[in-house]
Write a protein that binds this ligand. Structure first.
Ligand code: NAP
Length: 319
């Protein structure tokens, strides 16, 4: 498995990483351990989790348990500051924010759950624009100085906010973001207009989230048909979250992509992953997996070939 630098940093992340938001939900601790053991055998070193995944930090707990014996082999990225419903998170006594006070609280909680004394990439999960960027960047820099965190990143930031944060860090000579985690896939290319060029200018690596559009880009969901048994949207294809992915516009693009993939004799999911790996600034593709089989399947994407002509066609089909 090839490694890439995350943004302008020296941190080496595997082209295929692991998204961990199924851990603590669909995957119990045993399945998580099996998936992460298999990942190491496949030379995958990169895990993305967050303090809210699995509910109340359970994903971090499972990742911690599964990686503690091989900690130095892993690049563990986690996040703080996603909104939770106050009072529902048994692990959090504070309202999520990006203040120094909250960051100092959140990092200790994540380190404990992850059973480690350092986090490779600590990401602001959602922006808190009411908190001055000076305060957030300085608090994150202190974590790097103390050795609790190696690198920092942001997620779901607007361009102005990411650029402001970067400029604050540059002016103070403190740590800059090395990564940004926005939604990015063949059916969601919004970041290409503004976000991606800003990442290029500031040396920020992109970690696309929901790279398979929650499973839509595997072809498992078909318009008007019930979701397959055991799939993410088995319970409802019409919930607010499901319809972010399963909607008329996306099914229209999906149909075109499916035809193209069939003509090329490649799997749609492989096309989706490889296409992302061919985009500027993308460092690692962290598809969420619920089984070892899915992981073994996803890594095959790195070996498929897409020509310049294919990229032009895909651009036409998805723009
Ligand atoms: P995703 O990676 O686009 O889709 C994940 C789903 O795709 C899995 O649950 C699985 O569905 C299915 N899948 C994966 N590989 C498959 C294969 N080979 N064959 C068939 N199905 C396959 O979406 P995501 O999990 O939402 O996003 C990935 C990661 O991004 C997350 O785990 C998380 O780390 C991160 N993320 C970050 C944010 C943020 O705000 N920063 C938001 C969302 C996600 P089934 O469940 O049906 O098996």
């Amino acid at each position: 498995m090839k490694k890439r630098s995350l943004g302008n940093s020296n941190l080496q992340v595997s082209e295929i990483g692991i998204g961990s938001n199924n851990f603590g939900r669909k995957c119990d601790i045993k399945q998580t351990q099996e998936i992460l053991d298999a990942a190491l055998e496949l030379d995958i070193n990169t895990i993305d989790t967050a303090d809210i995944y699995g509910g109340g930090g359970v994903s971090e707990e499972y990742v911690g348990a599964a990686t503690k014996n091989n900690r130095d082999k892993w690049v563990i990225m986690t996040k703080f500051g996603a909104p939770t419903i106050p009072g529902t998170d048994p692990h959090s006594s504070m309202e999520p924010s990006a203040t120094k006070e909250y960051i100092d609280f959140a990092v200790e909680a994540s380190l404990k759950r992850l059973q480690t004394n350092y986090i490779d990439v600590y990401q602001v999960h959602f922006p808190h624009e009411e908190v001055p960027s000076e305060e957030t960047m300085s608090a994150l820099n202190e974590l790097i100085v103390s050795g609790k965190v190696r690198y920092i990143g942001c997620s779901n930031y607007k361009v102005w906010h990411m650029v402001e944060s970067q400029n604050v860090a540059i002016s103070k000579g403190s740590a800059q973001f090395i990564s940004s985690q926005p939604p990015y896939s063949l059916i969601d290319r919004r970041i290409e207009k503004e976000h991606l060029p800003a990442c290029e200018r500031y040396g920020i690596g992109i970690i696309p989230y929901s790279p398979l559009a929650s499973g839509l880009l595997t072809g498992k969901y078909q318009k008007g048909k019930p979701a397959p048994k055991g799939s993410r949207f088995e319970e409802s294809t019409t919930s607010g979250y499901a319809t972010r992915f399963l909607n008329d516009r996306n099914f229209e693009i999906l149909n075109k992509l499916e035809k193209f993939a069939q003509e090329k004799d490649i799997k749609l999911s492989h096309l989706a992953i490889k296409w992302l790996l061919m985009q500027k600034q993308v460092s690692t593709v962290i598809a969420g997996v619920t089984s070892i089989e899915q992981l073994q399947d996803n890594i095959k994407a790195v070996n498929i070939e897409l020509s310049e002509e294919d990229l032009v066609t895909i651009n036409e089909l998805t723009k």
